[in-house]
Design a protein around this ligand. Structure first.
Ligand SMILES: [Fe+2]
Ligand SMILES: [Fe+2]
Length: 275
């Protein structure tokens, strides 16, 4: 069983800066012939504010000739309260109407794949509480299935015990809750996007994989102490163990957001708002 994880495509009909990387990505997926594709978010440049971006991505996703599941990224539905584009009912319902559910469960033989909306985790909203209750139920009823989790934001950036990482990772308190829940149910893989860095961490009770973006890398404008700067995708092969592999794709154009930030995400935001 082979799952391809793609992430952070950042596509838009109005800002087609990274569009050129879509076709080579699709061609590569075709060559691998996966059983399933999971997109771990930031499909769009700005689906949080522009329905056209989400509609465009829905069209693009039809190019993938394999079953495909998506979880939302911050650029698709917004982020926590207090940010420039907080997740709200309008943004959530737009995602659900155009792309699909923002959280899901998908059983594949002995595996249960769980997709989470990571942008509401730590918000204190009723949506967050409902998702947590749903997650607990989804894990509790797994009936021996092995669990893989997909979400946009990573659980942590450097260390599971770290404090607040602001834009980049989950807040410490909900992170601790999820870590305990995932450990209790023997979760084997947490796959995420968002950081535009590639990394595999084996040191926690489960493997964490940061899938590399396929849209663009982030250059010196952001200081990120860990992770590899590359464009590509990840392959998760499910067998007696889960094998995860980061795959750099030389067919993708090496776009760097720093060069076009003023056009893609104006006005020039603070350093931590382009991923
Ligand atoms: Fe993101
Ligand atoms: Fe991103």
């Amino acid at each position: 069983m082979k799952i391809i994880q793609i992430t952070d495509t950042h596509l838009s009909p109005m800002k087609p800066h990274f569009q050129a990387n879509w076709k080579p990505l699709v061609d590569w997926v075709d060559a691998i012939k996966p059983d399933l594709v999971v997109h771990t978010g930031d499909l769009t440049v700005d689906g949080a504010d522009f329905e056209e971006d989400l509609i465009h991505c829905r069209e693009m996703l039809r190019d993938l000739r394999y079953p495909t599941l998506c979880v939302p990224g911050n650029h698709d539905i917004g982020d926590l309260p207090g940010t420039r584009q907080p997740v709200d009912g309008e943004r959530l319902s737009r995602w659900r109407r155009i792309i699909g559910p923002d959280r899901w469960m998908h059983d594949l033989d002995e595996w249960r794949l769980v997709g989470l909306n990571s942008l509401i985790i730590g918000s204190g909203s009723s949506e967050e509480n409902e998702q947590l209750a749903w997650l607990e139920e989804t894990l509790r009823t797994r009936a021996g299935r092995r669990i893989l989790v997909f979400k946009h934001k990573p659980l942590f950036v450097e260390d599971p015990e770290e404090g607040e990482t602001g834009y980049w990772g989950l807040r410490p308190e909900p992170r601790r809750r999820l870590l305990a829940l995932f450990a209790e149910h023997g979760v084997e893989l947490i796959a995420s996007g968002h950081l535009h860095r590639a990394r595999i961490v084996e040191s926690t009770p489960f493997r964490c994989v940061w899938g590399p973006a396929s849209g663009f890398t982030v250059g010196p404008m952001v200081t990120m102490p860990v992770g590899e700067v590359l464009l590509g995708a990840a392959i998760h092969t499910l067998g007696s163990t889960v094998e995860s592999r980061i795959v750099p794709l030389g067919t993708l154009k090496p776009f760097v957001i720093d060069d076009v930030l003023h056009e893609v995400y104006p006005p020039a935001p603070t350093e931590a708002s382009a991923a």
